[in-house]
Design a binder for this molecule. Structure first.
Ligand code: ZN
Length: 64
């Protein structure tokens, strides 16, 4: 009998959500459409709002 080990459930980000400053809607952008910086502390650049198609500059993020 081997000893049970505790384990970590790995999660991967699927999308980001933010309130668009142009149209005021809460929108979700799929992760693959983001220009994710190698280091998350770097500049995330711009992303297109899926609702109004305006460019939105990404600032600080929350991750949980
Ligand atoms: Zn918008």
């Amino acid at each position: 009998m081997s000893k049970a080990v505790s384990f970590h459930i790995d999660v991967k980000p699927v999308s980001v959500t933010f309130t668009c400053p142009h149209c005021g809607r809460e929108v979700t952008v799929p992760w693959r459409e983001l220009d994710v910086p190698e280091c998350w502390g770097d500049d995330w650049g711009y992303v297109e709002c899926p609702d109004c198609e305006m460019e939105v500059k990404l600032g600080d993020y929350e991750y949980d």
